[in-house]
Write a protein that binds this ligand. Structure first.
Ligand SMILES: Nc1ncnc2c1ncn2[C@@H]1O[C@H](COP(=O)(O)OP(=O)(O)OP(=O)(O)O)[C@@H](O)[C@H]1O
Ligand SMILES: [Mg+2]
Length: 1139
C-alpha cells in the first residue's frame, strides 16, 4: 500500500490560515490578525477544527450562489475553503448517512449574523436534499416561515436593523433517504415590551410599519388605519424608516409567504385586524374624573379610537370601556370591584396590547407548525437549527435583556461543556497523554441566575408570590441579601457593604458579570414583567369579542373556566423552556457557528480590533484552538472505526476476528499512517489531523467505489441471468401458446376447406342424382307411355279377337285382367312417385344443409373470396359441363329425345340451345344417310303428320307403324294372283278393310287396293273385284277426330262410279290409306289434291239417301271397341271408346 498522501488542494493557497488550528504562532494577536486578514479579503469564514467562525461582512457577498452550493455538495469538510455550506453539508450528510441527529448552534452577540447564518444553513440543506413535488412544497413552506416570523418577531434595534426579538429553535425532520418531511418551530419569550415602548433609535416590530406602508388603500380602509405612522402612539417616529429596508416590499413578501405556508385568506385578515387593533389600542387615552370618595377614576378621552378598535374586533364598546375603568378582584367566592386611576388604566391598556401581540405571535408559530408538521409517523431524523437573540448590552437593560443574556450564557455553557471540558476529560479518561488547558467556565454565572434556591430568577419568583407589598425595590433588597457574596453579582448596596463606592452603579440597579461582559440591569419592571398579569376584566372582555381569533387567544377569559390559580411566571416558564432546549441539544450532535461582529456601526470594511478581541475572548475561541491543537481532530470508538475503514486493508476485510483495537492497529499500519498522526485510547482511536481523516475517507470512498462496482457487477450478472431465465420461460410459454394458436388456425382452415369441398361434392352428387332421377323418370314415363300404347294395341287386338269370338267370357276376364294390371301399374307409379318425392325431399334437405354450412362458414372467407370462388366455380362448372358433354355419347337418332339433364339451372339457356343445335345437326346427319325409298317413306310419314297430327286421335298409334303398303302380299299370295293381274298400275297399298253396311252399320271385310289411278275393293276370300273407282272421281275423304278407323270416300257427283254412292270403310291403317290417297293427288300435276274433312259428323251419300255419320265417345277402352249402329234412316252412330 502506498504511503499516506495528503491532498493539499485549496487549503494550501488560501488567504491567511483557513483553520486556526494550523495557525503559527498561536497568539491572540495572530488570531485576530488572521481574522482581519481574511475579513479584508472577504473571507468571512474561518475554522477552528469543525467549529465555524463567521464574521458579519455587512454587505452582500457572491458566495451563496447555486454554483457554490454545487461546489460544496458532497465534498469533504476540509477539502474546500471554509464556508458555512461545508458545515451544513457535513451535518446533513452525517444525519443522512450515519443516522445521527444534528443541531446547528449559532451563537454571537446581537447583529453578528446569526439569523442570516441560520437562513444560509436552511437554504443549503433545502438545495441539496431530495426533490419532488411534495418535498419541494415542504421545503418551500419551511423556508417561507422565516419572513413571516421575522416580520412579527424582529425589529430594528441600535445594534441590528433586523434584530430577532424572540428565540427560535427549528427542528427540520427528514426521512431515511434525507428528504425533508416537515418541521417544528419552538419560540422563546418574545420581547413584548417593545410593542408599547421602544428605546430611542429603535423601532417597534417590523409588521406595523410594513402594514402601514405596504397594504392597499382598500385594506387600510377595512382595517380603519391611516398610512401615517405619526398617528399611532405605539410607533416610534425617530427611526420609522430604516435605510435599506423597504417595508412595502417586505409586506408583499410576508403576505406571499403566509399564503405559501398555508394561511387561509380569512386567517391573514384576522391577523392584520389584530395588528391594527394593537395600533388602535395605543391611541386610546384616558383622563381623570373625580369621584365622590376622593379618588380619581379614569375615563376614555376620545372614544373614536376605542370605537374603531371595538368594531375591528367585534367587541362591545361599553364592555371594554368598563374594563379600562374598573378592576374586579375575585378571592374565595368574593368579588370586589375597584376603580382604576389613569395610570392604572394606561398600565391595563399596555398590558392588553403586549398580551394581544405576544399571544398573536405564539398563535402564528403554532399555525405555521400546523402547516409544516410532518405528515407521516415514520421514524424521523432531525436537524435542529438554533437562532436565538444574541447577547446584548443596552444603555438601559431590563428584564428582557436579563432573560436574553441568561439564554446566551446557557449556550456558552453548552459550548464549554462539549468542546472544552468534555473533550479534555475524555483525553484523560482514555489515557491519552494530556496537559490541561485553562478556560473560563461560566457555570457559576448560570448558577447565579438559575439556582433553584438562591438564583436571581428564583428570588424574583419568590418576591412575586410573596404576600404583602411587593415592589422592584423589595426584589433588589432581596438580591442584595442573597447574592451579595457572589463574585459575578454587583449592586450599589453590596459594594457599599464592602466599603467600595462605585458611582457607576445607580441605586435601583444590579450588575452581572456575564461571560461576555458586565451588564447593568435596572430593576424597574422586573416584578411586573415576571408576573405578566393581565386584569381578568380585560381577558373576559376580549373573550366576549365576536372575533374567532381573539376568542382563541384569551381562553382564560371564558367565564365558565375561571381559574383562580396564578399562572407560572415569565421567568419560570423561560427557565423551564431553556432547560428543555438544553436537554434536547445535548442529545444531538452539535455543530457550532460562532458569529462575530466586526464593528458597532453596521458598516462593511470596518474591523474594530478591540471589539473583535473582546468577542474572541468571551467566546473562548483561543482556548478552543488550544484544545484542538493539543488534542485530536477526530476520535471514534474502535468498533465503528474498524467497521468504517476495514475495507482498506486485506487483513481486516471482510471480517476481523480479533479485538477491534488490534484490527485498527493492523489497518493503520497497513495504510502506513505516520505514528504521530494517531493515538490509541482505551476505547477510542484518536486521529490528530483532519487531513489524516480526509485521507482515510478518500481511500474509503475509492474502495467503496470499487466495492460498489463489484456488487454492481454481481448484481447485474444475477439480474441479467434472472432476466434471461424469465425470458426463456416466457419464450417457451409464448411459443407453446403460439403453436397452439397456429394449429388451431390451420385446423380451422382445413375444416373450412373440407366443408367447402364437401358442400361442392354434395351439391354435385345431389345434382347428379337429380339428373339421374330425372332421366329415370323420363325413361319410366316413356316406358309407361310405350307400354301403355303397346298394352292398348294388344288389348284392342285382343278385344277385337274377343269381339270377333262373340265377346266370349274369357275376353271379359282378359280385359278385366288388363284392367287390373293397369290399375296395379298406376298404383306402382303412384308409389314410385311418392318414393321420388321422398328422395327429392332428401335432396332438398341436403341442399339446405349445404346452404346452411356455406352460410356459417361464409364469414371465414375474405370479402373478395366469394367473387373469386364464384368466378372460379362458374369457370370450372362451364369447363366440366363442356368436357362432360364431350364425353357423353349422345344418340344420333333424331327421334331420341334423350339429352343430358341440365346440370345447372343457370345453364338452362345454353343447354337448350346446344340441344337444339345438336338436334338440327344430327337430323342433318340422319337425313344425309337416307336412300330414296327411305326418303319416300319418311315423306309419307311427314305427310301423314301434316294431315293428322293433333287432328285425329288415331294418329299417334300410326307413328310407330311403318307404312308397308302391301299388307296382304299380293304378289306372293296365290289367292290374289288374279286380282293382281287385273290391276294395271303398281299397287301402292293392299289391305283388308271393313266395308260398313249402310243397313245395320256392321262391317264386312274387303280387300282394299290403291293404285296411282284408282282404288279397288275386292272380295277378301276370292279376290274378285267388286268396285274400282278412278281416283279423280273422288271428291273428298271424311274422317272423324276420334280414335277410330272409319273413313268415307266421297265420290264426285255425276261421276260414273257415283251410282253406288260413297264408301264408308273402316281400317286400322286409316292414316296410311288416306295419306297415300292424298299424296297420289299431290304427286300428279293434272289432278287436284283430294280434300280431307276431319269432323265428328259428316254426311255419306248412299245411292239416293244421305246418311249422317256421327261419332260419339263411348265407354272406356276396356269395353267392346268401336261400335257402329244404325239409329234411323239418316243416322249412323259410331261409338268410340274414350282413351
Ligand atoms: N453573511 C452575511 N452577508 C451579508 N450580510 C450579513 C451577513 N450576515 C449578517 N449580515 C448583515 O448583518 C445584519 C444582522 O445580521 P443578523 O440579523 O443575522 O444578526 P443576528 O445575529 O441575528 O442578530 P440578533 O441577535 O439581533 O438577531 C443582517 O441584517 C445583514 O445585513
Ligand atoms: Mg437574529
Amino acid at each position: 500500500m502506498s504511503k499516506m498522501e495528503v491532498k493539499t488542494s485549496l487549503l494550501d493557497n488560501m488567504i491567511g490560515v483557513g483553520d486556526m488550528v494550523l495557525l503559527e504562532p498561536l497568539s491572540e494577536d495572530s488570531f485576530i490578525g488572521n481574522l482581519k486578514n481574511r475579513f479584508d479579503h472577504n473571507e468571512i469564514y474561518t475554522y477552528i477544527g469543525s467549529v465555524v467562525i463567521s464574521m458579519n461582512p455587512y454587505k452582500p457577498l457572491p458566495i451563496y450562489t447555486a454554483e457554490k452550493v454545487e461546489e460544496y455538495r458532497n465534498r469533504n469538510f476540509y477539502e474546500l475553503s471554509p464556508h458555512i455550506y461545508a458545515l451544513a453539508d457535513e451535518a446533513y450528510r452525517s444525519l443522512r448517512d450515519q443516522d445521527k441527529d444534528q443541531c446547528i448552534l449559532i451563537t454571537g452577540e446581537s447583529g453578528s449574523g446569526k439569523t442570516e447564518a441560520s437562513k444560509f444553513v436552511m437554504s443549503y440543506v433545502a438545495a441539496v436534499c431530495g426533490k419532488g413535488q411534495e418535498v419541494n412544497k415542504v421545503k418551500e413552506q419551511l423556508l417561507q416561515s422565516n419572513p413571516v416570523l421575522e416580520a412579527f418577531g424582529n425589529a430594528k434595534t441600535v445594534r441590528n436593523d433586523n434584530s430577532s426579538r424572540f428565540g427560535k429553535y427549528m427542528d427540520i425532520e427528514f426521512d431515511f433517504k434525507g428528504d425533508p418531511l416537515g418541521g417544528v418551530i419552538s419560540n422563546y419569550l418574545l420581547e413584548k415590551s417593545r410593542v408599547v415602548k421602544q428605546p430611542r433609535g429603535e423601532r417597534n416590530f417590523h409588521i406595523f410599519y410594513q402594514l402601514l406602508s405596504g397594504a392597499s388603500e382598500d385594506t387600510l380602509k377595512k382595517l380603519k388605519l391611516d398610512r401615517d405612522f405619526s398617528k399611532y402612539n405605539y410607533l416610534s417616529l425617530d427611526s420609522a424608516t430604516v435605510n435599506g429596508l423597504d417595508d412595502a416590499a417586505s409586506f408583499r413578501t410576508v403576505r406571499n409567504a403566509m399564503q405559501i405556508v398555508g394561511f387561509m385568506e380569512d386567517e391573514v385578515q384576522s391577523v392584520l385586524e389584530l395588528v391594527a387593533a394593537v395600533l388602535k389600542l395605543g391611541n386610546i387615552e384616558f383622563k381623570p374624573e373625580s369621584r365622590v370618595n376622593g379618588f380619581d377614576e379614569s375615563r376614555v378621552k376620545d372614544k373614536n379610537d376605542l370605537k374603531e378598535m371595538c368594531e375591528l374586533l367585534g367587541l362591545e364598546q361599553s364592555v371594554l370601556e368598563r374594563a379600562f375603568s374598573f378592576r374586579t378582584v375575585e378571592a374565595k367566592m368574593e368579588k370586589v370591584s375597584t376603580t382604576l386611576n389613569v395610570a392604572q388604566a394606561y398600565y391595563a391598556r399596555d398590558a392588553l396590547a403586549k398580551n394581544l401581540y405576544s399571544r398573536l405571535f405564539s398563535w402564528l408559530v403554532n399555525r405555521i407548525n400546523e402547516s409544516i408538521k410532518a405528515q407521516t409517523k415514520v421514524r424521523k431524523k432531525v436537524m435542529g437549527v438554533l437562532d436565538i437573540y444574541g447577547f446584548e448590552i443596552f444603555e438601559d437593560n431590563s428584564f428582557e435583556q436579563f432573560i436574553i443574556n441568561y439564554c446566551n450564557e446557557k449556550l456558552q455553557q453548552i459550548f464549554i461543556e462539549l468542546t472544552l471540558r468534555e473533550e479534555q476529560e475524555e483525553y484523560v479518561r482514555e489515557g491519552i497523554e494530556w496537559t490541561n488547558i485553562e478556560y473560563f467556565n461560566n457555570a457559576i454565572i448560570c448558577d447565579l441566575i438559575e439556582n433553584n434556591q438562591n438564583g436571581i430568577l428564583a428570588m424574583l419568583d419568590e418576591e412575586c408570590l410573596r404576600p404583602g407589598t411587593v415592589t422592584d425595590e423589595t426584589f433588589l433588597d432581596k438580591l442584595n441579601t442573597v447574592c451579595a457574596e457572589h463574585q459575578h453579582f454587583e449592586s450599589r448596596q453590596s459594594k457599599n457593604s464592602k466599603f467600595l463606592t462605585d458611582h457607576s452603579l445607580p441605586h435601583n440597579c444590579f450588575r452581572i458579570q456575564h461571560y461576555a461582559g458586565k451588564v447593568l440591569y435596572r430593576v424597574e419592571g422586573f416584578v411586573d414583567k415576571n408576573n405578566d398579569l393581565l386584569y381578568r376584566d380585560l381577558s373576559q372582555a376580549m373573550y366576549k369579542a365576536n372575533h374567532s381569533l381573539i376568542k382563541l387567544l384569551f381562553p382564560e377569559g371564558n367565564p365558565s373556566k375561571v381559574n383562580l390559580k396564578r399562572p407560572p411566571t415569565a421567568g419560570f416558564q423561560f427557565k423551564a423552556s431553556v432547560g428543555t432546549l438544553m436537554k434536547n441539544l445535548l442529545t444531538k450532535n452539535p455543530n457550532y457557528i460562532r458569529c462575530i461582529k466586526p464593528n458597532d456601526k453596521k458598516a462593511a470594511h470596518i474591523f474594530t480590533d478591540s471589539l473583535v478581541c473582546h468577542q474572541v475572548r468571551y467566546l473562548g475561541l483561543m482556548e478552543n484552538v488550544r484544545v484542538r491543537r493539543a488534542g485530536y481532530a477526530f476520535r471514534q470508538a474502535y468498533e465503528p472505526c474498524l467497521e468504517r475503514y476495514k475495507m482498506l486493508c486485506k487483513q481486516t476485510w471482510p471480517h476481523w476476528r480479533g479485538q477491534a483495537r488490534d484490527g485498527v492497529e493492523v489497518l493503520l499500519t497497513d495504510l502506513q499512517v505516520p505514528v504521530e498522526e494517531f493515538a490509541y485510547g482505551r476505547s477510542k482511536i484518536f486521529i490528530r489531523n483532519p487531513r489524516t481523516l480526509f485521507f482515510l475517507e478518500e481511500k474509503r470512498r475509492q474502495c467503496l467505489e470499487d466495492l460498489a462496482t463489484l456488487i454492481q457487477k454481481i448484481f447485474r450478472g444475477w439480474k441479467s441471468r434472472r432476466q434471461f431465465l424469465l425470458l426463456k420461460k416466457s419464450q417457451v410459454v409464448v411459443a407453446a401458446w403460439y403453436r397452439r394458436y397456429a394449429q388451431q388456425k390451420k385446423y380451422q382452415k382445413i375444416r373450412c376447406s373440407a366443408l367447402v369441398v364437401q358442400s361442392f361434392i354434395r351439391g354435385w352428387k345431389a345434382r347428379k342424382i337429380l339428373r339421374e332421377l330425372k332421366y329415370k323418370k323420363r325413361c319410366e314415363e316413356a316406358v309407361t307411355t310405350i307400354s301403355a300404347y303397346w298394352h292398348g294395341t294388344q288389348a284392342r287386338r285382343e278385344l277385337r279377337c274377343l269381339k270377333n269370338e262373340a265377346r266370349s267370357k274369357q275376353a271379359v276376364s282378359v280385359i278385366w285382367a288388363y284392367w287390373q294390371g293397369n290399375k296395379a301399374r298406376r298404383e306402382l307409379k303412384r308409389l314410385k312417385e311418392e318414393a321420388r318425392r321422398k328422395h327429392a325431399i332428401a335432396v332438398i334437405w341436403a341442399y339446405w344443409l349445404g346452404l346452411k354450412v356455406r352460410r356459417e362458414y361464409r364469414k371465414f372467407f375474405r370479402a373478395n373470396a366469394g367473387k373469386k370462388i364464384y368466378d372460379f366455380t362458374i369457370q370450372r362448372i362451364m369447363q366440366k359441363y363442356f368436357l362432360g358433354l364431350k364425353k357423353t355419347t349422345l344418340s344420333m337418332s333424331p327421334i331420341d329425345k334423350s339429352w343430358p339433364a341440365k346440370p345447372y339451372g343457370f345453364l338452362e339457356g345454353t343447354h337448350q340451345e346446344l340441344r337444339r343445335i345438336f338436334h338440327l345437326w344430327r337430323c342433318k346427319k340422319y337425313r344425309s344417310k337416307f336412300t330414296k325409298e327411305m326418303k319416300a317413306t319418311y315423306e309419307e310419314k311427314l305427310a301423314a303428320s301434316e294431315l293428322f297430327k293433333d287432328k285425329k286421335a288415331l294418329y299417334p298409334s300410326s307413328v310407330g307403324q311403318p307404312f308397308k303398303g302391301d299388307y296382304v302380299e299380293l304378289s306372293k299370295n296365290p289367292k290374289y294372283q288374279k286380282l293382281n293381274s287385273l290391276v294395271e298400275d303398281k299397287v301402292l297399298l293392299a289391305d283388308v278393310v271393313s266395308k260398313i253396311n249402310r243397313a245395320n252399320g256392321k262391317g264386312a271385310p274387303r280387300m282394299f287396293l290403291l293404285t296411282k289411278n284408282n282404288f279397288v275393293l275386292a272380295d277378301q276370300k276370292t279376290g274378285q273385284v267388286k268396285t274400282s273407282v278412278p281416283l279423280p272421281d273422288l271428291s273428298s275423304v271424311s274422317v272423324s277426330t276420334q280414335n277410330d278407323g272409319f273413313f268415307a270416300l266421297r265420290v264426285k257427283e255425276g261421276a260414273t262410279s257415283a251410282a253406288k254412292g260413297d264408301f264408308l270403310l273402316s281400317s286400322d291403317r286409316l292414316i296410311e290409306i288416306i295419306t297415300k290417297l292424298h299424296r297420289i293427288g299431290s304427286a300428279s300435276a293434272d289432278r287436284n289434291q283430294i280434300k280431307i274433312d276431319i269432323s265428328d259428323e259428316f254426311l255419306v251419300q248412299f245411292k239416293q239417301d244421305k246418311v249422317c255419320v256421327k261419332f260419339i265417345q263411348g265407354a272406356p277402352k276396356n269395353g267392346n271397341g268401336v261400335i257402329c249402329k244404325r239409329k234411323n234412316n239418316r243416322l249412323l252412330e259410331v261409338s268410340v271408346p274414350s282413351p
